[in-house]
Design a protein around this ligand. Structure first.
Ligand code: FAD
Length: 280
């Protein structure tokens, strides 16, 4: 087992100045774990563009490495080009490139249809400036025609110039291992970093998992469900299950761990402590 693999943390942009202050505290608490970078999500259709830019700027100003997410659906080439230029002027050299989803009620898909087109565009416009991460779905993207087609699409996206990938979260380690193995067989040997979702709130997790196509195994769902409003028991089981998942992943030699922090530090810190991540 190698607990010294790089770790990274994902935030979503805050809406208020007070939220930004709280997030800065969370970021500083997590910094003892020496993350490779903090990534910041980008709302559907660019709805949080300003928040993403400001959050990334604050991370950079504090002396850390920041990776904005950038989704392309509903965008023009011109608008993507100008945001790339802005990121470059902010000293950003890592980006998470996504198709994203159109906000409900919006119909105009814009000038990009899929993430592979965004990756190609970033490479064409900015050469090798950015380290490009893309999204991977070990349990299959919810809109994919089937698993085989989804894998082909992922491979196309990697071959378009991505350096590495971060997965949707999963609780079944075999889904990840089979996915990585299938990629290797198809000639993709770039890092595919597991996305880790701490468990702190069962109803929120269940709703989100339904939407993004991540499966909560029946035994885990039933146990979490049985705790009802007993948040302490949900958190305790969640901590045990996710720490064990991370340990098994590290033992399998994963290239890193990417934590969906949900803008909280406590659970992520506890998981990292449990699995022996070095603390500053
Ligand atoms: P794509 O890779 O384009 O795939 C989307 C679907 O289209 C898949 O079903 C795929 O099989 C299919 N497909 C892909 N390429 C082709 C092609 N060339 N022809 C035909 N079909 C194709 N969402 C946000 O809004 N903001 C975020 O910040 C954000 N961050 C994320 C970070 C991670 C690590 C992950 C895993 C997801 C994130 N998402 C985010 C969610 C993501 O935007 C959605 O899952 C979205 O539906 C797909 O984006 P994608 O980049 O994976 O799309």
């Amino acid at each position: 087992m190698n607990p010294q693999q790089p770790i990274s943390f994902e935030f979503f942009p805050t809406k208020t100045a007070e939220g930004a202050k709280k997030l800065a505290l969370v970021r500083d608490k997590l910094s003892v774990l020496n993350p490779l970078y903090y990534s910041v999500t980008y709302g559907a259709g660019g709805s949080t563009q300003e928040g993403t830019i400001n959050t990334v700027a604050s991370i950079k100003e504090a002396g850390y490495s920041a990776a904005p997410h950038l989704s392309c659906i509903g965008s023009t080439r011109e608008s993507i080009k100008s945001i790339l230029e802005l990121f470059i002027s902010q000293g950003i050299d890592r980006i998470v490139a996504l198709r994203g989803d159109l906000p409900s009620g919006h119909r105009d898909v814009g000038e990009f249809r899929y993430a592979n087109e965004l990756v190609e565009f970033i490479r064409a416009e900015t050469g090798d400036h950015f380290h490009i991460e893309v999204a991977a779905y070990p349990e299959v993207h919810p809109q994919a025609k089937n698993a085989r087609v989804d894998l082909d699409n992922f491979i196309r996206k990697m071959n378009a110039g991505a350096n590495s990938a971060i997965t949707q979260y999963f609780f079944n380690i075999d889904s990840y291992l089979y996915f990585v193995d299938s990629c290797k067989k198809a000639g993709i040997d770039k890092p595919i970093v597991p996305g880790i979702m701490p468990i702190t709130n069962y109803s929120r997790l269940a709703g989100f998992s339904d939407m993004c196509g991540a499966e909560i195994p029946r035994w885990l769902a039933k146990r979490l469900e049985s705790y009802g409003d007993d948040i302490d028991s949900i958190k305790a089981l969640g901590l045990e299950v996710i720490s064990s998942l991370c340990e098994k992943l590290l033992a399998e030699g994963v290239p890193g761990l990417h934590f969906y922090t949900l803008n909280q530090s406590k659970t992520t810190l506890e998981i990292c402590k449990n699995i022996g991540i070095k603390i500053n």
